[in-house]
Design a protein around this ligand. Sequence first.
Ligand code: DGT
Ligand code: CA
Ligand code: ZN
Length: 574
Amino acid sequence: MNNPQISKMFSEIADMLEILNENPFRIRSYRKAAMTLETLPHEIRDLDESKWTDIPGIGKDLEAKIKEYLSTGRMKAHEELMQKIPPELLDMIQIPGLGPKTVKKLWDELGIKTTAELEKAGKEHLIQNLKGLGQKIEEKILKGIELRRKYKERHGLGKTVPLAHELVGLLQKKTDVLKIDIAGSLRRSRETSADIDLLAASKNPGKVMEEFVNLPFVQEILAHGETKSSILTKQGIQCDLRVVEEESYGAALHYFTGSKEHNIRIRQLAQDRGLKVNEYGVFKGEKKIAGGAEEEIFAAVGLPYIPPELREDRGEIEAGLSGNLPHLIEHSDIRGDCHIHTLWSDGSQPLEVMVEAARKRYQYAAISDHSKMMGITGGMDAETLLRQVKEIRNLAKKYPDFMLLCGIEVDIKADGTLDMPDKALKELDLAVASVHLKFNMSEEEMTSRIITAMENPYVTIIGHPTGRLIGYREPYQVNMEKLLDAAKRTGTFMELNSFWDRLDLNDVHLRMAKEKGVKIMIDTDSHNTSHFEMLKYGVSTARRGWIEARDVVNTLLPEKFLKAIKAKRELRKA
Ligand code: DGT
Ligand code: CA
Ligand code: ZN
């Protein structure tokens, strides 16, 4: 996995150049290349070298730097810049409320070089006195430091899942590995994980461990034992591997998948039946009665198989015992996507390209670019929107086998009205309405802001309903109970935004929605074609929320889906 590393170096170079007040064009070219590499669907080293400069944003100069990195593992330009600025400034840029310019200002004027110094200056209220900063920003920075601290030890699915699959792939190739799986919170698809837990079966654990600690990803070996080893990967994520015998594999997989709370309940059930459960199997006295497969463990305590996403002791044991486990939604149930951006706003690829990619995965899709309030994203006014509609309708004719729809992601203004007149919205098939600005409202104000938007007959879906960015921004204050009741009353769908750092609605909210009979729309919020991959995180989060296919609008067949999205308009128009 070289692309993410090169991308990170380019974006750090851009940050450093910005701190050093260098040429804005150079800065922009590094940023652009970083973004392209981050989302490139193939490893750059697998591409023919003569094709590299065909990649948007990669010119001769950056091509040379990529070559340098791939052959030496280093980038001189990056190292030279690192000599010129305090190294912690690069971390500080990631703190909400800060960017390269502010970091430079703080360094120049207050001599701040570390997060600790920054926090101290904030608490002494020195930051608010700087020109252009003020009290609000000072508060935001302090909150940001706190939030980053809280999440520092936990990693989002977008980072852990690709890495875990890569590690599994490498280990699977080793002849001594009979079985291998991801366990722990990652297998349960929790939105963040402290580490990656892997479990393998082998007759030769010593050899497997030897190979594990020698993988190319290893930054540091934290522990190297016969049955358990831990490494710190170059990505800064810890990965633990346990190796067991094949006949204990199911028991170990169950045990190390957790959660701890779920495991405790299973052990109690076993005790009630005079049995003992541990990571080696289920025992009746000295005799092992189960252990090879997870199903056996559940069966031994009188349960059907419980999917990992449900194993949180949130009622899954009771539901299992009474035969009421949900039939969870699956990836293949999703037939469409209604949150897709293109070059018409802040997407990075043309309409046609996004539609081509959507067509490969779905039976229908709606393009939903931003409205103009999102100025920085190049949002659309009514006139532009209508031009886009024309273009989409034209394009749709090309694809008789695919239902291409017109949508928008329209901003919900502070008073709950929309950033687009109804008479333009009327021309669309659907609208996603979202809050992007003015987050600082009381719970009451924010709740009524969003409910006002729901009252509009043209608002089909509320986009990323709590506005959180995992590890970066807390959700705005909003009363979810009231939002969901209003969604039910008005026939508005609630989005589950699948982007790994949003996952909004979250698992708890999803379950509430289901219980209230509110329908969910699982979208990707794609800004380029590689983002369609995000869907898997949305689906696994839905599963954590006990969601079934019938709870989700975009599992419907095209004709029925069309009916469903028109229903609210029909009902509330008169
Ligand atoms: P994390 O790492 O904080 O994201 O969450 P987990 O659930 O992956 O926790 P971790 O890595 O500490 O342990 C992996 C699994 O091993 C955990 O889900 C359940 C099991 N486990 C670990 N320690 C205990 C324990 O003391 N008691 C029980 N019953 N299970 C445990
Ligand atoms: Ca774990
Ligand atoms: Zn949005």
